[in-house]
Design a protein around this ligand. Structure first.
Ligand SMILES: Cc1cc2nc3c(=O)[nH]c(=O)nc-3n(C[C@H](O)[C@H](O)[C@H](O)COP(=O)(O)OP(=O)(O)OC[C@H]3O[C@@H](n4cnc5c(N)ncnc54)[C@H](O)[C@@H]3O)c2cc1C
Ligand code: FES
Length: 277
């Protein structure tokens, strides 16, 4: 059982969870994730480790409420216990001195980009962080990310921050203006990661994405997280989650992610009827 030390809503629909898990905190590296079960009947869901503290033996997760499991998690309180937590899982992200790295984060990816930007900065890269939300009130961890970046660009669709629009159009302009970018790392919803990869394809800027297929065991045994990258079958849980965005078969990923949509909707409806009769 894993104690929840803090559970707070950081912006609407987005929550922070700090959990006591010293064995994970000791080994966690940027890009890795844990698999969490809220209770013994819950499904197992993968969530990225957004921060960790080895002295306190804690890890921090940022998650978005989308369906039954994340709603269950959002309904837990500080002092409650998670039934199970497994990790750290996945291959750590490649952290080298690449030159100038653009770290792009949208929705839960804003939290996930933080350890990445920190590690890349420590390696001597020039880090430009670009975080995206619909409006300013949905953007979080701005100060935290600013501290580990040389430049922070907050992008909103409604123009309530300095940069208005979507990540790809701003990225496209940066490329056409000749801004030096040696690598892009994009984390967030599948659509944003796909479009970011399409935007850099022509200029050949290496673009790494953290794929989010359905996962079950997280150990490479069940095959649920199968993705096609560069014409080969890979398992996102053990070969990834980071992959070259120019090589990903995005159509297949979208198709497989939607495989259980009816069951997910039924489950959510049942859960909401039970919780709010
Ligand atoms: C390696 C890995 C790391 C991840 N890290 C995080 C993380 O740090 N924080 C986080 O919030 N999520 C993360 N995810 C996604 C998270 O696992 C799913 O959001 C979660 O499993 C959804 O479970 P659910 O039962 O709440 O929703 P479901 O019932 O499974 O899904 C409900 C609906 O939401 C859609 N949906 C599911 N996931 C997403 C999503 N990520 N974005 C938009 N729509 C979605 C589904 O297609 C479906 O329509 C990660 C996924 C992977 C594979
Ligand atoms: S989640 Fe089972 S093989 Fe990856």
């Amino acid at each position: 059982m894993f104690k929840i030390l803090r559970r707070e809503q950081i912006v609407p629909n987005m929550h922070l969870l700090e959990v006591g898990a010293s064995f994970v905190a000791k080994k966690a590296l940027p890009g890795q994730f844990v698999i969490v079960m809220t209770d013994e009947k819950s499904e197992r869901i993968p969530l990225t480790i957004s921060d960790w503290n080895q002295e306190r033996g804690t890890i921090t997760i940022v998650f978005m409420e989308v369906g039954t499991s994340t709603k269950k998690l959002a309904n837990m309180k500080s002092g409650d216990y998670l039934y199970a937590l497994l990790g750290p899982l996945g291959m750590p992200s490649e952290i080298e001195n690449f030159g100038t790295v653009l770290c792009v984060g949208g929705c839960y990816g804003i939290g996930n980009i933080y350890p990445m930007a920190r590690a890349l900065k420590e390696k001597g890269n020039r880090v430009i962080s670009m975080i995206e939300g619909r409006s300013k009130f949905l953007i979080y961890w701005e100060d935290r990310i600013k501290k580990v970046s040389d430049e922070l660009m907050a992008v909103t669709r409604d123009g309530t921050t300095k940069y208005q629009g979507h990540v790809p159009e701003i990225l496209r302009k940066m490329i056409s203006d000749g801004k030096k970018i040696d690598r892009v790392v994009a984390i967030g919803c599948t659509f944003m990661m796909m479009i970011a990869s399409e935007t850099t394809r022509e200029s050949g800027i290496k673009t790494i994405v953290a794929l989010n297929p359905v996962m079950v065991d997280g150990t490479g045994m069940c095959g649920a997280c199968r993705v096609s990258v560069g014409g080969s079958t890979r398992f996102a849980c053990v070969d990834g989650p980071d992959f070259d965005g120019h090589q990903v078969d995005w159509e297949e990923l979208f198709f497989r992610r939607a495989a259980y949509i009816n069951e997910e909707l039924d489950s959510l409806q049942k859960y909401e009827c039970d919780v709010y009769p």
